[in-house]
Each structure stands twice: as structure tokens, then as C-alpha cells.
Design a protein around this ligand. Structure first.
Ligand code: SLL
Length: 211
């Protein structure tokens, strides 16, 4: 085995990602198909606009079979597909890593949302032009990465524990979303952070019990 493909025992690297969709109502705007009601984009992104292409080779989005060529391959960032349509469906997002990583593809699932949930409405009608966003925060975890992959993470400052926090999102120079959508996402991240803190506290207690 060459040293490049040697795996680092006991090492694990987590990379934050976002994936999901944002959908805009067409509100009668003409597109090629008269029955289409929304324009939407499904995407995979790094946190704070991290360019994922140094370890991700391509992303294949599998759309509903009512779309022509439902398998859509994106070979460089932005890893996203924009379409128009009339219905919600499940999109498969398959991530292929560069050959040097020796990592198997990872498959994610996203339910394309065109319509707000009941509980998004707060008793108010949803504003006619307001986009509907559905994003999921996740982490790609690389257990025992090859030396080459580990080096790539190191070269991209991806080894420090740089999980999201309010500040890093607010300071992002090129905002991806509107301030309101951003605020909603920050709240979601905050609650994830709280959950993580609870887990850390529980682990600390367990450790203390061993002492
Ligand atoms: C539904 N089960 O009935 C879902 C299927 C499919 C949505 C939704 C196709 C657009 C086109 C489109 O919007 N498909 O014809 O290009 O709600």
C-alpha cells in the first residue's frame, strides 16, 4: 500500500455541510410550462461558503421522473440545480469524493418543499413573494481518512473544530439568504448547539464517574 492511501488509525474528521432547497412562487410569471408554479434551487453547500470542491468531485441530484434527464450531475461548485415545477418530491443528493480520498459516495435525501408548513404561518398568511426554504445542517464524517485526504483537510484549515456559531454566520461576507432566513437558520443552529452541549455535559458526567 502506498503511503498516500494509508489510513490514519483512530482519526476522524467532520466537515459541516448544508443541503436543501429554496423555492420561489412564480405568481403567474410565465415560464415554458404553464402549469409550473414555483422556481426552486436544490443545493449542497459548505459552511461560510467553504469551497467543497477540494474533496468533493461531483454531486448527482436525482429529480422526480417527471423531469427530463432526472439525473443531474454537477462537477464544480456551486453544487446546485435550479428548475421550475408544480410539485414537491424527494430529491436524492449523491456526493462523490475525489479518487484520492478513497471514500465511497454518500447519499442524502431532501424533500423539496414548495409550500410553507402550517406551523410556519403563525396564523398569518404567507407573504405572496416569500420564498420557502428547507435546509438541513449535517456533517460528513471521515473515519480513518487516508493521509492524502487528511493532508487536504489540513491544507484547507479544516482540522480545527470549526463548527458553526452565530458570529461566523453573521460575519459571512457574501450572505446566501435574506436576513430573515438567516435568522431562522441561526435559531436552528443554536438549538443544534444546545443539543450538542447537553451531550457533551452528559459525556463529561460519565467520564467523571470513571475517575
Ligand atoms: C406530487 N408526488 O404529485 C408528487 C410528484 C412531481 C413534480 C411531484 C415536474 C415539472 C415538469 C414537476 O413539477 N414534478 O413537468 O417538468 O406532488
Amino acid at each position: 500500500m502506498s503511503s498516500a492511501s494509508k489510513r490514519l488509525k483512530g482519526v476522524s474528521v467532520a466537515r459541516p455541510i448544508y443541503y436543501g432547497s429554496i423555492a420561489y412562487p412564480l405568481n403567474g410569471k410565465k415560464v415554458s410550462d404553464a402549469d409550473h408554479t414555483h422556481r426552486w434551487t436544490v443545493m449542497l453547500k459548505g459552511l461560510n461558503n467553504e469551497d467543497l470542491s477540494y474533496y468533493i468531485k461531483k454531486v448527482v441530484f436525482k429529480l422526480h421522473e417527471t423531469y427530463p434527464n432526472p439525473l443531474r450531475t454537477v462537477e464544480q461548485p456551486p453544487f446546485e440545480i435550479s428548475e421550475t415545477g408544480w410539485g414537491e418530491f424527494e430529491i436524492t443528493i449523491k456526493i462523490y469524493f475525489h479518487t484520492m480520498t478513497m471514500e465511497k459516495p454518500v447519499q442524502l435525501y431532501h424533500h423539496l418543499r414548495l409550500h410553507p408548513y402550517e406551523d410556519d404561518l403563525n396564523g398569518q398568511p404567507w407573504p405572496k413573494d416569500k420564498p420557502v426554504m428547507s435546509m438541513t445542517y449535517d456533517e460528513l464524517v471521515f473515519n480513518e481518512p487516508t493521509e492524502t485526504l487528511y493532508q487536504a483537510f489540513s491544507d484547507h484549515n479544516a482540522l480545527a473544530l470549526n463548527l458553526p456559531n452565530k458570529k461566523s454566520i453573521k460575519d459571512s461576507t457574501t450572505p446566501l439568504f435574506s436576513a430573515q432566513l438567516e435568522q431562522e437558520e441561526i435559531e436552528r443552529l443554536d438549538s443544534a448547539q444546545r443539543e450538542i452541549n447537553i451531550q457533551i455535559a452528559a459525556l463529561k458526567q460519565k467520564l467523571a464517574a470513571y475517575d
